[in-house]
Every structure is written in structure tokens, then in C-alpha cells.
Design a binder for this molecule. Structure first.
Ligand code: ADP
Ligand code: MG
Ligand code: ZN
Length: 622
């Protein structure tokens, strides 16, 4: 990109807009602190006097050394509501004071603080200053770019290019729950510390290690730990930072990064989100992305360009290795792949232990109970959980984190912020029936997880929630378990239908229905759990570049497609009927539970089971 006025204009426009908002946001309130911009309504002095006579004025605040007043008045002209109105006062108004006193009107004068002028000066200067600075910066950058014909712009030369940490301060003990990955990396630390062990026997030291795993599982942490343990500098950049809108920037950044790294070897280069640059070439929808390909090529060149024994190890992280360009995975590049997974129970416990070290936790709290309650949580989620609990504890002015705060934090992380419950109304009753529907169906079916609690307190998008105790092993699920889940999910809607009638059912079940359909579809197309037979009819993620289900390249005939649909319908219908029966047959207890729920807003699992046990046997054989 060459410098031109058009570009300058394009760039400065958003800056102008942003800085205006900044100015408005940061300085305007301060500048106006002592001012009278509290209100938009105005009134003349004469009218103000009349208002006093009529007894409509309740309070008067005088500002600006007696030049302005903000009055609080109520009157027929202003809609019989108490309003704040601004009045410009004439130069000297001693009689006003007497008048106010006579009418027993509350009066207060606010002296002008000296720094008001200063603040408004800064406020006024801030905007132009910011603009000038941004323009100056732009000019500097643009001038760099005109260095030579055809040369890539040297945005890449700026310091913010990549992050360097001389010492990460992270050690392996800070990383928990991913022991296999750690072992792999302990070896790499030895490469960095004692390369001669390996070179002596002719072994080549690996250049690149690819960390694959979902977000928050500790990939960045692990990479930092290698640098920390080996006591070498840590150079890091994120793939998304490479891919800029200017062609050539990415490649020049890669060059700079490796140059700097070579000067500082031994060291670790960490490339986060490598999939942003390393995606398979030439497959992007709508043509390739030149910039990305250039960056990737540069990366490959750089990795080939240094000998394995120079002490640079490139660690890259991604959450999907399947979409990476195969050239990246070849020997001499990222030929080692280390998987980092969502931790299991023991992993979660270990991670909780690491993060509990610097927190004051009540001795009654057992971390293993927390680990039990949090299947599916990543390391980052767990760290966040303890931190949220600590914040809640501080907010309540307690000095130790108890189970109560931890419970709250778990709920918040799973389902979002808590809202306030509805006031008593028809929709509150309907939501109560919906949730009790989920809960009772879940409870009475043998293969369903147990109810942990039912609540009418909304969270995130949900207006009421039924929580089930998650089971640890989610990897092997039986057919009857899936059916149980489908019925549990249909419980809410079925209760609405039976209690309020077909015409009163609501949109509240849309999320449930989505889950129901997806579970039923997977039973048919992926798990071979229908009369179509044990066939896999849909490969998951067949096309990584389109969203799931968009690239319709499933290899079955239209005939099968029709069968799939009818099988899905069969499953859903069967479950729906059974669910309706459960609701119908347990109407008495459902009504009772709804009354309790509306009164208490939350029923926990034990209490819930206790109440049901008075009426029926659980779990029933359904
Ligand atoms: P990723 O790079 O895989 O997305 P991070 O390494 O950035 O995840 O993890 C974010 C934070 O979560 C870490 O700084 C750490 O506090 C916590 N964390 C994640 N995984 C672990 C783990 N295995 N052990 C300890 N803490 C972890
Ligand atoms: Mg990361
Ligand atoms: Zn529901």
C-alpha cells in the first residue's frame, strides 16, 4: 500500500470518530461535574418566579457562582411529574434567596471548583491532540512504506510485531492435568538445555512441535513453561496477527520474527492459532488468499532455513490439526504433534489444586467435589471458576471462599449471569410447569441423569433452568440414554401442552427442540440406532471450510434421505408420546411441585426427590 491522501482519509475517519466518542465519554462527564447539564429542560427566570409563587418548586440548586439554577419542580405544565429544570439567573438575585426562604424551598449553592477550567481545557485539547498524534503516526508509517519500489511495507519493523518475554516465569508445576503432553515437553527442555546429548549420537533435534487441543486447555501455558524451564526467551505471535489487510506484511513479520529469534537462540518461538495462516492452500472458498499463502510460504521457508541444532524450537498451537496444510506437518517442520485434551476428573482436580494454591479456601471445601461437578471444563474454565468464586467472596466481605461461592461461580460459568425472577404471573406459572416437566421426566426415567436443581431464576438467555448432575463418562452413551435425554428435553414442552393446552404452547421450548432433533438425527445418521441399520451416513465436519451441514456432500441417495427423515420423526414421536404419558400420569405431583417452585423459586435435587418419593416410586422402569 503506497501512501496516498485517499488512504490517509480512510484511516483517519474511524480515528476521528473513535476519538470523538472517547472525548465525549472520558472528559465530558468530568468537565461537566460542576455544571448544570443535568437536565435538558429549561425555563425562564420569570416563569421560575411564577412557579415559586404557585408552590410548585421543591428544591433549588445554584451553580456557576449564581448564574444558573437547577430546580426540581412539579406542576401541571410539566406533566405533574417531578422534573429537573435549568434556569438562567440574572446577575444579582438577592430577592430570590429571600423568596425561596419565605416559601421554605430547599436551597443549595454549589461553589465552582477551580479545576473545572483545567478539565474543560484538557477536554477541549484532547480531541485535536489525539487526531494530530494519530496522523503523525500514520505519516511515519506511510513514509517507511515508500522506502523502495515494490517493497513490502515495513509495518513489520514496528515493535508491536511479536511479543518477547525474556523470562516467562512459568514452570511445569504450573501446568496440571495434561501429563502426557508435559512428558513430551520435558524432553524438549532437555534438547534446549543439553543439545550435545542428542547431537553426540547423531540425533536431529525437532524444529517444530504442534500443540493440538480445544481453547483454554493450557497450550500457551505449556509453551511458556518450556521456555521457563529451559530458561530461554519466549517469542510469541498469533496467527491472526499475521494475516493483515496489507499484502506482504505477514511474510515480513515472519522474517523479522525468525531473524530476532536467531539472534537470541536458544529460544522458543510460539505461534498461536496457526490455523489462521496454516490452512490448506488453494482451498479457500472464493479463491485463495494470497496474503495468507505468502505468509505460510515464508513460514515454511524460515523453518527450512535453520539447522535443527541452532536451539530454536517452534511451538505452534491450534484447535484443529485436520485443516492444516500438509506441508506444515512434514518432517523438518511440525513433525511432532502433541494433543492436549479437556481434562478428566483427575486432571481437573490437579488443575484446581494448582489454582487453589494462592487462594484462601475454606478447609471444608473439597476440591474433588468441585472436580466432580465440572466435567467438560477446560483448565481456563477452572482457573476462571476459582477466580469468580474469589471475587464473589470479596464482594460479600468474607475472608474465605466457601462452597456457596464456588457453586454460584460454577452456575454462572455454565449458564451465564443470574437475572431476577419474574413476579407472579401466568408466564411464571408456565415456565414453572415447563421446568418441572423437564425435571420430573428426567427423574422418572431410569437412564436419565439425576436432577441437581430446578430454578425459576433466569440466567443468560434461559428464563428458568433445570440442572442435571452431569455424569463423568460422556464418551460412551447407550441408545436408551440418548432416548432418555430426548424425553427429558421434551418434558418442558409436553408439560406446556398438557397443562395449558395445544394453543397455549410457547416459544420457550425452541432450544429444547433443537437438541431433540439433533440427538435424534445423530442416532440415525451417525450411531446406527435406527431401522436403517448400522451405517454412518454423515461424516462429521466433512468440509472444514463450510459450517457443519453446509457442504452437502453426504454420500447417500435421495431415497435414504427420505428414510432418514422418517426415522428421525419416528424416534421423536415415540419419545414425545411417552413423555406426554409421564406428564399426564403424574399431574398431581407436578401441580404440587409447581406450587412449591413458584413459592421458593429454587428446589434442589435432594428436596425434589424427597417430594416425589411421597407420591411415586423412582426411578420407574420407563
Ligand atoms: P490455550 O492456549 O490452550 O487456549 P491457555 O494456556 O491460554 O489455553 O490457558 C489459559 C489459562 O487457563 C492459563 O493461563 C491457566 O491459568 C489456565 N489453565 C489452562 N490449562 C491449564 C492447565 N492444564 N493447568 C493449569 N492451568 C491451566
Ligand atoms: Mg492460547
Ligand atoms: Zn426447556
Amino acid at each position: 500500500m503506497k501512501f496516498s491522501w485517499k488512504n490517509l482519509l480512510l484511516w483517519s475517519l474511524p480515528i476521528i470518530v473513535i476519538s470523538f466518542f472517547l472525548w465525549q465519554g472520558i472528559f465530558a462527564p468530568i468537565a461537566n461535574e460542576n455544571n448544570t447539564n443535568l437536565t435538558n429542560s429549561r425555563m425562564t427566570y420569570g416563569r421560575f418566579l411564577e412557579y415559586i409563587e404557585m408552590g410548585w418548586v421543591k428544591k433549588v440548586d445554584i451553580y456557576d457562582n449564581g448564574h444558573t439554577a437547577v430546580i426540581e419542580a412539579i406542576g401541571p405544565e410539566i406533566g405533574n411529574r417531578m422534573q429537573k429544570i435549568r434556569v438562567e439567573l440574572p446577575a444579582s438575585v438577592p430577592e430570590l434567596i429571600t423568596k425561596l426562604k419565605k416559601n421554605h424551598i430547599d436551597l443549595d449553592a454549589h461553589p465552582t471548583k477551580n479545576n473545572t477550567a483545567l478539565w474543560s481545557l484538557i477536554g477541549n485539547l484532547f480531541f485535536p491532540l489525539l487526531l494530530v498524534t494519530s496522523l503523525a503516526l500514520l505519516f511515519r508509517r506511510s513514509n517507511n512504506a515508500t522506502g523502495g519500489p515494490g517493497q513490502a511495507m515495513s509495518f513489520g519493523k514496528s515493535k508491536a510485531l511479536f511479543q518477547v518475554e525474556a523470562k516467562t516465569g512459568i514452570i511445569f508445576d504450573d501446568v496440571a492435568g495434561i501429563d502426557e503432553a508435559k512428558e513430551e515437553f520435558e524432553e524438549i527442555v532437555t534438547f534446549l538445555k543439553k543439545p550435545e546429548y542428542f547431537t553426540a549420537v547423531g540425533a536431529k533435534i525437532p524444529k517444530g512441535v504442534l500443540l493440538v487441543g480445544p481453547p483454554g486447555t493450557g497450550k500457551t501455558l505449556l509453551a511458556k513453561a518450556i521456555a521457563g524451564e529451559a530458561n530461554v526467551p519466549f517469542f510469541s505471535i498469533s496467527g491472526s496477527e499475521f494475516v493483515e489487510m496489507f499484502v506482504g506484511v505477514g511474510a515480513s513479520r515472519v522474517r523479522d520474527l525468525f531473524k530476532k529469534a536467531k539472534e537470541n537462540a536458544p529460544c522458543i518461538i510460539f505461534i498461536d492459532e496457526i490455523d489462521a495462516v496454516g490452512r490448506q492452500r488453494g482451498t479457500g472458498i472464493g479463491g485463495g488468499n494470497d496474503e495468507r499463502e505468502q505468509t505460510l510460504n515464508q513460514l515454511l521457508t524460515e523453518m527450512d532455513g535453520f539447522e535443527g541444532n541452532t536451539g530454536i524450537i517452534v511451538v505452534a498451537a491450534t484447535n484443529r490439526a485436520d485443516i492444516l496444510d500438509s506441508a506444515l506437518l512434514r518432517p523438518g517442520r511440525f513433525d511432532r504433534q502433541v494433543n492436549v485434551d479437556i481434562p478428566d476428573f483427575k486432571g481437573r482436580l490437579d488443575i484446581l489444586n494448582v489454582h487453589a494454591k494462592n487462594k484462601k479456601i475454606d478447609t471444608n471445601v473439597s476440591l474433588s467435589i468441585i472436580a466432580r461437578r465440572t466435567p467438560g471444563f477446560s483448565g481456563a474454565d477452572l482457573a476462571n471458576l476459582l477466580n469468580e468464586a474469589a471475587i464473589l467472596t470479596a464482594r460479600e466481605r468474607k475472608n474465605q471462599i466457601t462452597l456457596k461461592e464456588i457453586d454460584k461461580a460454577i452456575d454462572r460459568i455454565i449458564a451465564g449471569m443470574e437475572g431476577t425472577a419474574l413476579i407472579d404471573s401466568k408466564s411464571k406459572r408456565l415456565i414453572a410447569y415447563h421446568e418441572i416437566g423437564h425435571a420430573i421426566v428426567g427423574t422418572l426415567i431410569r437412564d436419565h441423569e439425576n436432577v441437581q436443581k430446578v430454578t425459576l431464576i433466569p440466567r443468560g438467555q434461559a428464563r428458568g433452568l433445570t440442572w442435571f448432575t452431569p455424569s463423568e463418562d460422556q464418551s460412551l452413551i447407550s441408545r436408551s440414554q440418548i432416548k432418555a435425554r430426548i424425553m427429558g428435553a421434551l418434558g418442558g414442552r409436553a408439560a406446556e401442552e398438557i397443562v395449558f393446552g395445544e394453543s397455549e404452547i410457547t416459544t420457550g421450548a425452541s432450544n429444547d427442540l433443537q437438541q431433540v432433533t439433533s440427538m435424534a438425527r445423530q442416532m440415525v445418521t451417525r450411531f446406527g440406532m435406527s431401522t436403517i441399520g448400522p451405517m454412518s451416513l454423515e461424516n462429521e465436519d466433512s468440509n472444514p471450510f463450510l459450517g457443519r451441514g453446509m457442504g452437502n456432500n453426504n454420500e447417500y441417495s435421495d431415497e435414504i434421505a427420505i428414510k432418514i427423515d422418517s426415522q428421525i420423526k419416528l424416534i421423536v414421536d415415540e419419545c414425545h408420546n411417552k413423555t406426554r404419558d409421564i406428564i399426564k400420569n403424574n399431574r398431581v405431583i407436578i401441580d404440587k411441585l409447581v406450587d412449591i417452585l413458584i413459592e421458593k423459586e429454587t428446589i434442589d435435587g435432594n428436596e425434589f426427590t424427597k417430594i416425589i418419593k411421597q407420591y411415586t416410586q423412582i426411578p420407574r422402569k420407563i
